[in-house]
Design a protein around this ligand. Structure first.
Ligand SMILES: [Zn+2]
Length: 138
């Protein structure tokens, strides 16, 4: 079955992230001046505005900060509804928006704020592997 959802186009600014994803690694930008890890990738640190940034391999671990059930979606996502989106508090810092895997969108009461999640990668095509997060505890 071919991948039917939108596939991001890696650019020069995000290439380390996508190369990591292809290798099953979650790469995050970190400021070498203030040590803050931030998401999404930017040219400057959002805390101290330094351009002295590096990419680090993250643990791929986090917790659910909040979530929402998407009952109505458009375009290629329409066939996925209902599904759950969530903000993940990354272990290394900052938050990442995701489609949450391993949860029942029909039973949102079973989804717990603070639940541990782990990143996984879906193969969109030979070059792009897209990160999603999955609950790893009840
Ligand atoms: Zn900084």
């Amino acid at each position: 079955m071919s991948y039917t959802l939108p596939i991001p186009q890696p650019g020069t600014h995000t290439r380390p992230f996508w190369e990591g994803a292809k290798a099953g690694k979650l790469m995050l930008p970190r400021c070498q001046d203030c040590n803050r890890v931030h998401w999404y990738p930017r040219h400057l640190c959002p805390k101290c505005h330094s351009d002295n940034l590096e990419w680090i391999e993250a643990s791929g671990e986090g917790t659910i900060h909040t979530y929402a059930v998407q009952h109505l979606a458009f375009g290629p996502w329409a066939a996925e509804a209902p599904y759950v989106t969530a903000y993940i508090d990354l272990k290394e810092g900052d938050r990442m928006l995701t489609v949450l895997r391993g949860v029942d969108a029909g039973k949102p009461q079973d989804i717990r704020i603070g639940a541990a999640v782990k990143v996984e990668f879906e193969l969109a095509n030979d070059d792009v592997h897209i990160p999603f997060w999955r609950v790893v505890e009840e």
